[in-house]
Design a protein around this ligand. Structure first.
Ligand SMILES: *Cc1c(COP(=O)(O)O)cnc(C)c1O
Length: 331
């Protein structure tokens, strides 16, 4: 199977901001865009993106999961990067149009159509290191994806990094390109030297998140995860899992979690940990690595509560359980 995110639908929806307004969105070929080599994004990383999914239901209908949340975050990322403001209604219409156009290509569960809105500064002005791009472009790219979680019984190994940071603290809640490049060096080092799958960034001992997913500790009937602040990405999956956990009668604690508490709790039998994100849904964590020592989370295997929460989320997405929070949009 092709790697996640390497297959694209042949067309995308695109709109350009000329300094005054957004052009009428058009469907164009998705294999290239033309940019001036001096475009602001290529020099000063004025770019943000989103990731959401459309699902095929048994009755043949196509539903997009929590589109409003993703568009709101896209608008917020654009604003915090001083990009031109997007028009949320236009972005929504672009998403609906392109997903409708390729509705026949939305895979059956456990697959889905991954939707990638992207916005970046296009102004040819390399003198603008400390000034915003007055022009920009947004497009909606589609990528049919399979089951990211085909791992079966495998669990992730995470290196706890309590000295480094994923990105600058004021950039954490912005889904912006530069943040991912900034986290690569420590991630590649951890993969090479410790066979870790990911780095769990814990600046100053405060358990935060990995390069592209939020972290949840599940201890009995309690889910513990960092409370929202501007230093990390406010995952829609994180919010959905916490809502489902509450619906199932679990206790949800959004608060600071220190590395010391994490290691102490993780060792207890029955403790579980997981990463949440649109691509990974909820992926179990089996091993934590800290200061040269390895710690199993619970028994190191796939936790049953992790599986239960994941299945409950999938059931809503796939139309097998009631959408009582109104998370699905019909195309
Ligand atoms: C996208 C992302 C997440 C997960 O967000 P979802 O909305 O759940 O997909 C978490 N952390 C980072 C850094 C991300 O980029």
């Amino acid at each position: 199977m092709a790697a996640f995110g390497t297959v694209f639908m042949p067309e995308m929806s695109i709109s350009w901001f000329d300094g005054e307004g957004w052009s009428t969105a058009e469907r164009v070929a998705s294999d290239s865009i033309q940019l001036h080599p001096g475009a602001h994004v290529l020099h000063y990383s004025s770019t943000c993106f989103e990731g959401l999914k459309a699902f095929r239901h048994q009755d043949g209908s196509i539903k997009i999961f929590r589109m409003d949340r993703n568009i709101a975050r896209f608008a917020q990322s654009s604003e915090l990067l001083s990009l031109p403001a997007i028009d949320p209604a236009q972005t929504e219409a672009m998403i609906l149009d392109i997903v409708k156009h390729f509705a026949a290509d939305v895979p059956e569960p456990p697959g889905s159509m991954y939707i990638r809105p992207t916005h970046f500064g296009t102004e040819p002005a390399i003198g603008k290191a400390a000034a915003p791009s007055l022009t920009s472009c947004q497009y909606i790219l589609l990528s049919p994806v399979g089951d990211y979680f085909s791992g079966g019984d495998t669990t992730l190994r995470l290196l706890l990094d309590d000295t480094g940071m994923r990105c600058a603290p004021h950039m954490g809640m912005i889904k912006s390109g530069g943040n991912y490049a900034s986290a690569l060096n420590p991630i590649l080092k951890a993969k090479k030297e410790l066979q870790a799958d990911q780095v769990l960034f814990c600046p100053g001992g405060d358990v935060q998140e990995t390069g592209a997913a939020n972290f949840l500790l599940i201890d009995g009937d309690e889910v513990i995860t960092k409370a929202l602040d501007e230093s990390f990405l406010h995952g829609v999956t994180r919010d959905s899992i916490l809502t489902i956990a509450k619906d199932l009668g679990m206790k949800v604690s959004e608060r600071q979690l220190t590395v010391d508490e994490l290691l102490e709790r993780a060792a207890k039998p029955g403790c579980e940990a997981a990463l949440s994100g649109t691509a990974a849904v909820l992926t179990p964590v089996g091993t934590l690595i800290h200061k040269g020592q390895e710690y199993k989370v619970g028994n190191g295997g796939v936790g049953e509560t992790t599986v239960k929460l994941r299945q409950a989320l999938n059931a809503i997405q796939w139309g097998q359980a009631e959408d009582k929070h109104g998370w699905l949009t019909s195309i």
